[in-house]
Ligand binder design. Sequence first.
Ligand SMILES: *Cc1c(COP(=O)(O)O)cnc(C)c1O
Length: 406
Amino acid sequence: MSQHRLIYLDNNATTPCDPRVVDAMVPYFYEKHGNAASRSHQFGWEAEDAVDYAREQIAALLEVEDKEIIFTSGATESNNLALKGVFEMYARKGNHIITLETEHKAILDTCKHLEKAGAEITYLKVKEDGLVDLADLEAAIKPTTILVTVMWANNETGVIQPMREIAQICEKHGVLFHSDATQAVGKIPTHPREIGIHLMSFTAHKMYGPKGVGGLYVSRKNPRVKVTAQMDGGGHERGMRSGTLNVPGIVGFGKAAEIAKNEMQQDAERISRLRDKLQNALMQLEETKINGNVDSRMPHVTNISFKHVEGEGLMMTFNQHVAVSSGSACTSASLEPSYVLVAMGLGDDLAHSSIRFSLGRFTTEEDVDFAVKVVAEGVNHMRELSPIWEMYKDGVDLTKIEWSAH
Ligand SMILES: *Cc1c(COP(=O)(O)O)cnc(C)c1O
């Protein structure tokens, strides 16, 4: 095993392209370089056919109609289009939107923007295991509520929300239901029509496709949902999203969807076995905690707190060997603990000591064995150096200590 081996366990940040995806894309950079909106020659027709085919591949994965897929530049844009588009389109019905504190920034920051435009937003707390409290959700609905937006699976913890139950509540109250399903699509079954989701965001680069291309599912019947376009232009994508289509990207997205449909189950089984192996080995270390509900969780993710160890520092001990994410986001000068973990009731210390491991299609058993070794070494090393760990080992009750403000 080479000393400089670098293992990628950060698949929730982005996934590598599947080689089959790249192979499908290549001709659309060269000989098939047409604009899908050019209606007067072979190049345009070829590009349009390729886009139509990709739309069918994605629709097949989601078990929806191909016309219900709008191509965008990624899940951030899809979330913006869904929330702003519904807010504007349904302004006469009301201005109230319900979401969770643990949503991705692409939802939360869009909500913040809408508040300035006159929206009322309810940010629901989650339970300690990261799941929404369904009674809280139902209680938050009022006559002015136009939309509930809840992510399918959380990017930091992998926790899967009870989509069917949420959809039933929305149905009962006649409220639209949007989901940021970016972390779920292509990895577990995500069938919005069957569940009762009316709009759903997703992106290619989290499912072994290329970066910079995403999709928004918009229900076309029962109910027929419309969103106001957020960009003015040529009226592409049924008037909801103007701009020349990213044909090679869309072709790759379609191929990624086809592969996911065929291989999802076997991938999930293999990857969850590796995830469990990694998790079980790391949980052998003292004072560790898994964050989030382990029974309703994506097959490839585990988020673990290593108590009394600072996650960002821990990561530095092994980031030449294993790439992961820590529960701290380095914003300006201060290390802020993950807002997702804080919303789940974790104290700053536990949130600060967390690491997210996200495996993927190309993760091997050797990768996991190697990662366990270097992460365990890192934790032990950090704890050897840590006065806090020494105090803990001496039996000092750390909860009774007053730390200076940070
Ligand atoms: C990655 C991610 C996004 C953003 O997707 P882009 O395609 O990079 O814009 C949005 N939501 C969730 C849950 C994500 O994990």
